[in-house]
Each structure stands twice: as structure tokens, then as C-alpha cells.
Design a protein around this ligand. Structure first.
Ligand code: NZQ
Ligand code: ZN
Length: 390
């Protein structure tokens, strides 16, 4: 087991009506004025934003509002949020939405106490503890940003999408009501399931040997996501299925499922370049295409690990040939994503061979060379993986 540090400061309020406690819990922690940050329309249309406003009013917590966060959130709106926080003396940032809103809120919270441009943090990865505290009301289980240490933001002017990790931006409060996810369209539900499953794959496949305490947690979550996925798609109003998926989404990315391992994250790097170039690409859909391609490219580095995954998650019987078992496990992975309605090729995402060269310079800037852990990858390897995914 490798050395690790693990920080998880999030107080979770989980279950029916959780969002009604927003005002009270913030007031208990001394919040005076929050930036209420939300997305394009779903949370307004469902009446959730009105309920959150009422909860804040009842607890005497003032608010400044900034809506309109797009999927694959962009730095321009983050800068607006930073300016609002500075102008109005905001002391907490409250995100109501999914990963995009939460990531935008994290970036605002980091920039609010900084004199320069918030994008500096994405460029330099400089750490700071001078971050406004963050609370979230989660509306889609997927990115796991409700407890993770990361934020991922696009900068359209630079055609970049970059991550910024910092434990200080992990949310202090997360309100998780599975009923809020009943309104998710099937595609978003499926993309979320794919993303959370991939957060486990990124952790499970690296260059560290077995770490049983971590690996068994990871495998158990993989089996759970796989079992709940068809249930939640068939019965979108099934509270227990939605609840299991929502809690799993958090556990898949809060960090416990990777402690003691190096983790890989090459495939997230490959996907982030796709949704940077084409912001209309949904992160989970991009991963559904890229993960099996990455697996095919790297599995010869340790086919036994893939065979083990195939046995534990898909119940595949060993054939005595580790490479054959590894390839079967990869087929199962691709079929699982396809069964959710996810794309299996870049062509389905309208990405063409001619786009590949556009992805490489920013991939190199974001990930460096070589990148990945399970197998160290060059930019030529990245080109080959993109071609495998065409
Ligand atoms: O904007 P609105 O109208 O709210 O619509 C959203 C959006 O179109 C909709 N939606 C959300 N909750 C809903 C709903 N529609 C109906 N009912 C609800 N209850 O769903 C769409 C997608 O929302 P988004 O927040 O973009 O989804 P997700 O949570 O998948 O977040 C994706 C972003 O997170 C980043 C991704 O790269 C991407 O930018 N990631 C962040 C991570 C992190 N911070 O740790 C890790 C991940 O690997 C990921 O990279
Ligand atoms: Zn992800």
C-alpha cells in the first residue's frame, strides 16, 4: 500500500427533504450571505431554487444569485461569481445542481479571496487554504464533486478544460435528496452512471499491486453501480434505486476507493480534451467511448488485473488464458455502457479523425508526457487510443 493523505470534511445530509435544511445548517455554521449558484434551467423549473430561497430566508441567511452555469462550466461565469462575492462580501458559496454547477462554485470560492485571475490556479495548480466554504444541493449523481477535491473548468478562449485539485475546496456541507433526481432524463442518468463507474476504473487500474482494503471497496461499488443501473433506468421514480446510485456516485469519487494506490486518470485526460473542443459532449458519454479503447491499448501491461476485474465484476469464468479473459472483460465493459444507451464510437459524438491532432497540444499541456500509471503513455499512444475509439 502506497503512502497517502486523505481528507474528507463533508457533512452529508441525505434523504427526503434534505434541501429544506439548507438555511438552518448554514446559519448554524455562521453563514451570513451566500452566493446561490445554479445551472441552466432544471432547478428553477422544478421549484428547487424557490425552496432553497425559502429555506435561506427562514434562517435569515442573505443571498446573491448567479444562475446559468452550463454543462462543462466555463471560466467567464466563474469570474462573474468571483466579482459578485467580492462586491457583496459573500461568506459561503451554495451550489444547487450537478458537477458543473459545483465545479463552478468551487472555482468561485477559490477566486473570491485572490487578487489575480482565478484561472491562475488551473494553470499553476498552486495550493491555497484561503477558500470560501462551499455547500451543495446535489441534483445529479455523476461527477462526485459533492465531496471530491477537484474542480474542472473550461476556458473557451484557450480551448482548454483543466482540473484543479485542492482539499480546501471539498464541500463542507452536501444535501442529497434522491427524489431530486427523479426528473433526470435517461441520457443524463446513464451518463452519470458511466462517469461514476469510470471513477472506479481510474483508481483500480494503476501500477500498484493489490491493495485489498481499497480494491474490495472499489469492486463492491462497481457491482452495485452495475446492478442498480438497469433498475434506475427502468424505474426512474424508484426511490431506493435512486438513493443507492446517489450515494454510490459520492463514494466512487470522494477518494476512499483509491487510497494506497497511484490511480491512473489517463482516460479522464483523454475525455476532457473532447469536451473542451466540443462542449456539447457530455463527460460520461465521452468516457463510455474512451475507456474501452484505453483498456484495449494498455491491457497487455497487466492482463491478470483485467482478468481479475472481469471475474469479480462480471462473473466471467477463467479460461486459463489471462489475455483472453482480459479482452472478455473489456467487451463486457463496452457492452455495459452500450446497454445504458451510451455511445461506443467517437463517430457517434461527431468527432472525426481530423480532430485528433487538435486534441494533442492541450492534452500535453494538461497531462504532461508521459502520462497515466497502469501504462505510461506518450502523445503518439494518445493518438493511437483516439484512433481505436473512432
Ligand atoms: O443546467 P440544468 O438545466 O440544470 O441541466 C443539467 C445539465 O444539462 C441537467 N440536470 C442536472 N440535474 C437535473 C438535470 N436535469 C433534470 N433534473 C435534474 N435533477 O443535467 C445536465 C448535466 O449536468 P452537469 O452538472 O453537467 O452533470 P455532471 O454532474 O455529470 O457534471 C459534469 C461536469 O463535471 C466534471 C465534468 O468534466 C463535467 O464538466 N467532472 C468533475 C469532477 C470533479 N469535480 O471531481 C470529476 C469528474 O470526473 C468530471 O470530470
Ligand atoms: Zn468523471
Amino acid at each position: 500500500m502506497e503512502n497517502f493523505e486523505f481528507v474528507s470534511p463533508t457533512h452529508f445530509v441525505f434523504g427526503k427533504g434534505a434541501e429544506e435544511q439548507v438555511g438552518e445548517k448554514l446559519a448554524e455554521r455562521g453563514a451570513k450571505r451566500v452566493l446561490l449558484h445554479f445551472g441552466g434551467q432544471s432547478a428553477v423549473k422544478s421549484g428547487l431554487i424557490d425552496r432553497v430561497r425559502a429555506s435561506l430566508d427562514a434562517a435569515g441567511v442573505e443571498r446573491v444569485e448567479l444562475g446559468g452555469v452550463r454543462p462543462n462550466p466555463e471560466i467567464t461565469l466563474v469570474r462573474e461569481g468571483v466579482a459578485l462575492c467580492k462586491e457583496h462580501g459573500v461568506d459561503w458559496v451554495l451550489a444547487v445542481g450537478g458537477g458543473s454547477v459545483i465545479d463552478s462554485a468551487k472555482a468561485v470560492a477559490v477566486g473570491a479571496r485572490y487578487d489575480g485571475d482565478v484561472w491562475d490556479f488551473f494553470e499553476t495548480k498552486r495550493q491555497t487554504n484561503d477558500v470560501l466554504p462551499i455547500a451543495v444541493v446535489l441534483t445529479i449523481p455523476a461527477a462526485g464533486s459533492e465531496a471530491s477535491k477537484n474542480t474542472v473548468v473550461s476556458n473557451d478562449a484557450l480551448q482548454m478544460k483543466s482540473g484543479y485539485p485542492n482539499n480546501a475546496q471539498r464541500p463542507k456541507l452536501a444535501f442529497m435528496n434522491p427524489e431530486l433526481t427523479f426528473t433526470l432524463p435517461p441520457f443524463q442518468t446513464a451518463a452519470g452512471l458511466t462517469d461514476m463507474f469510470c471513477h472506479l476504473l481510474e483508481r483500480f487500474f494503476d501500477d500498484v499491486g493489490a491493495v485489498p482494503v481499497t480494491d474490495n471497496l472499489c469492486l463492491s461499488l462497481m457491482r452495485t453501480v452495475r446492478a442498480e443501473a438497469p433498475r434506475v433506468l427502468a424505474e426512474p421514480d424508484n426511490y431506493d434505486a435512486r438513493a443507492n446510485v446517489m450515494w454510490a456516485g459520492m463514494l466512487c469519487h470522494q477518494g476512499l476507493a483509491g487510497v494506497g494506490r497511484h490511480e491512473d486518470w489517463a482516460t479522464h485526460g483523454l475525455e476532457h480534451e473532447l469536451s473542451a473542443l466540443y462542449p456539447e459532449i457530455t463527460h460520461g458519454a465521452g468516457l463510455a467511448v474512451m475507456f474501452p479503447a484505453w483498456m484495449e491499448f494498455v491491457c497487455d501491461a497487466n492482463p491478470e488485473r483485467f482478468a481479475f476485474y472481469g471475474r469479480e465484476v462480471f462473473g466471467l469464468a477463467p479460461t486459463g488464458d489471462a489475455m483472453a479473459d482480459a479482452l472478455s472483460a473489456i467487451d463486457e465493459t463496452r457492452s455495459f455502457f452500450a446497454s445504458l444507451g451510451m455511445p461506443t464510437t467517437l463517430a457517434e459524438l461527431d468527432v472525426e479523425e481530423g480532430d485528433i491532432e487538435k486534441l494533442i497540444p492541450t492534452l500535453k499541456a494538461n497531462k504532461g508526457e508521459p502520462f497515466g500509471s497502469f501504462k505510461k503513455l506518450s502523445m503518439d499512444d494518445a493518438r493511437a487510443i483516439y484512433r481505436l475509439a473512432l
